[in-house]
Ligand binder design. Structure first.
Ligand code: HPA
Ligand code: ZN
Length: 319
């Protein structure tokens, strides 16, 4: 029985397995520039975040209809359930779809259909986090937020992702203020490739309650003190960090040092179809590479429920 856990850093578009990409392409009459799923999988060799993002956005061409988005989410939930995920807070990137002419309603309705069925079908509760692409303009984020207004009851939080360096959190102050005014929770990717200063901005300018990645936090002792004091969770993604060359080897991952520093660290999968593993695989990888014992693993799972946007009763049910 895998350890029951919550997954808090998961891009639904990053769960698109090569086989499903080809199946959706066939259904939609779309041709992919790869002979087959194996050839596509061989292209998954990244030198940094941008080299991954280029392929990640290109492959989204196969996602066009509500059914496509529903099938994507259902396939993720099936894999996640096998790995002990009981609750998932799931990112999606509306601008990556609306830029291709796909209506935001198609995205949200399709995902919601599968997620709503997910509790019964897979035993997983879910929430949706709408991310803004930080390499697009602040105005584009504002327009996206307005377009999402009819669907806000289906969205629990806003997030910030895509190419980090050169696109600091402060660029998105206004859209985060609007999200807060609508009662949405706030998270942001920060400190994946970008410096600790971006994590400070995410906290102080955007008001985030949780930092996605925060990998570089330990570079700044004052920042660590702040994160510990306010019990701000970090959603770490160890296999992603290696595949995107943020760290050289999984043995170099700062997870253990972060736990020793008193940080509320969680382990997640980011883009599991691209990075070689789902949530449980990430737990297994850090256990083996860092020599974590069972109690530490259980502590990570406990952290995941504490860091989730669940109230007390929901958290008990999810565990
Ligand atoms: N970082 C930033 N943006 C992303 C990622 C990531 O790891 N995955 C999908 N969008
Ligand atoms: Zn991410």
């Amino acid at each position: 029985m895998p350890l029951p856990k919550a997954e808090l850093h998961l891009h639904i578009e990053g769960t698109l397995e090569p086989e499903l990409a080809f199946a959706l392409a066939a259904r939609g009459g779309i041709s992919l520039p790869y002979a087959d799923a194996d050839e596509l999988r061989r292209a998954y060799s990244f030198t940094d975040l941008q080299s991954f993002l280029d392929l990640y956005y290109a492959l989204m061409a196969v996602l066009r209809t509500e059914d496509d988005f529903a099938d994507l989410a259902d396939a993720y939930l099936e894999r996640a359930a096998e790995q002990g995920v009981r609750h998932a807070e799931i990112f999606f990137d509306p601008q990556a779809h609306t830029a291709r002419g796909v209506d935001i309603g198609t995205v949200i309705e399709g995902l919601s259909r599968a997620l709503d069925a997910g509790r019964e079908r897979h035993g997983i509760s879910t929430q949706l986090i709408m991310c803004f692409l930080r390499d697009e303009s602040a105005q584009s984020a504002l327009d996206t937020f307005e377009a999402a207004k009819p669907y806000l009851s289906r969205i629990s939080a806003v997030g910030l992702d895509s190419a980090e360096v050169g696109n600091p959190p402060s660029k998105f102050r206004e859209v985060y203020e609007r999200a807060a005014a609508e009662g949405l929770r706030r998270v942001a990717h920060a400190g994946e490739e970008g410096p600790p200063a971006y994590i400070w901005e995410a906290l102080d300018v955007l008001g985030v309650e949780r930092v996605d990645h925060g990998l570089r936090s330990l570079e700044d002792p004052e920042l660590v003190a702040r994160l510990v004091r306010d019990r701000i969770p970090l959603t770490l993604c160890p296999l992603s960090n290696v595949r995107l060359r943020c760290i050289d080897r999984i043995e170099d991952h700062p997870l253990r040092a972060m736990l020793d520093a008193g940080l509320l660290a969680t382990v997640n999968s980011d883009d599991p179809a691209y990075f070689g593993g789902y949530a449980g695989d990430n737990y297994d990888a850090v256990r083996a590479a860092l020599g974590l014992d069972d109690e530490t693993l259980r502590g990570l799972a406990r952290n995941s429920f504490e860091a989730a946007f669940l109230d007390g009763d929901e958290a008990l049910r999810a565990r």
